[in-house]
Design a protein around this ligand. Structure first.
Ligand code: CA
Length: 229
């Protein structure tokens, strides 16, 4: 199966970043959001599994879970609860969450639970090799480095994120919006054309400076796709 996308819905930036880091290191794609509205949208549109904080702004996590289940959306949900009295609510309301974890938690534990709910949902995830090789270009996912002929290419984090998102979906056109959501996050409010600027930089650093054939192809009026050279 393609890389599962984990939606991390958590308004505490430190926890959000910590979870994102650990999940990415284990080979998951992560979309992180900070409020319940964005969580609902992302859960419906692109998530394979949801890590859902109970205490979220705009719409709280319990309500997000309730709405998803009401709409017969069966994405696996792991609730993150901050207080022991929330556990009773999470369990008592029979929201249809698949699991819950109390804060403070160890990120390893969270990753293990995410894998467990995916397995139970019939979508087992085994970490794939984290190095992708396309001719002379090597993309090392866990080190978050790109190399040409073994030489490290200095890519900024967003540039690497775009390259990786496209390479993981080799041959598939991804819209600018999809790329923004994966690399900048759902709450990105800027211009989607920023994707174009970053793609140009990646092309310059990889294709032009190292004489590689064009791999990042423009899909006019839509976005980009990665084509193996
Ligand atoms: Ca919270």
């Amino acid at each position: 199966m393609p890389t599962p996308i984990v939606l991390v819905a958590e308004d505490d930036a430190a926890i959000r970043d910590l979870l994102t880091h650990h999940l990415q290191r284990d080979g998951f794609e992560v979309v992180a959001v900070a409020d319940g509205n964005a969580a609902l949208r992302s859960a419906r549109e692109l998530a394979d599994v949801v890590l859902l904080d109970v205490g979220l702004p705009v719409i709280d996590g319990l309500e997000v879970a309730r709405v998803l289940r009401r709409d017969k959306h069966d994405v696996p949900i792991v609730m993150l609860t901050a207080r022991s009295d929330e556990i009773d609510r999470v369990l008592g309301l029979e929201l249809g969450a698949d699991d819950y974890i109390c804060k403070p938690f160890s990120p390893r534990e969270v990753v293990a639970r995410v894998k467990a709910v995916l397995r139970r949902a019939g979508k087992p995830f085994t970490s794939r090799a984290s190095i992708l090789q396309f001719g002379r270009l090597q993309i090392d996912e866990s080190a978050r480095e790109a190399r040409v002929d073994g030489i490290d290419i200095k890519l900024k984090p967003r540039e690497f994120g775009l390259l990786l998102a496209l390479a993981l979906n080799s041959g598939v056109a991804l819209s600018r919006r999809a790329l923004v959501e994966r690399v900048w996050g759902y709450d990105f409010a800027g211009d989607e054309r920023t994707v174009d600027v970053h793609i140009r930089r990646v092309r310059r650093k990889i294709e032009e400076q190292h004489g590689l054939p064009p791999m990042l192809q423009t899909v006019h009026g839509f976005g980009y796709k990665f084509m193996r050279a």
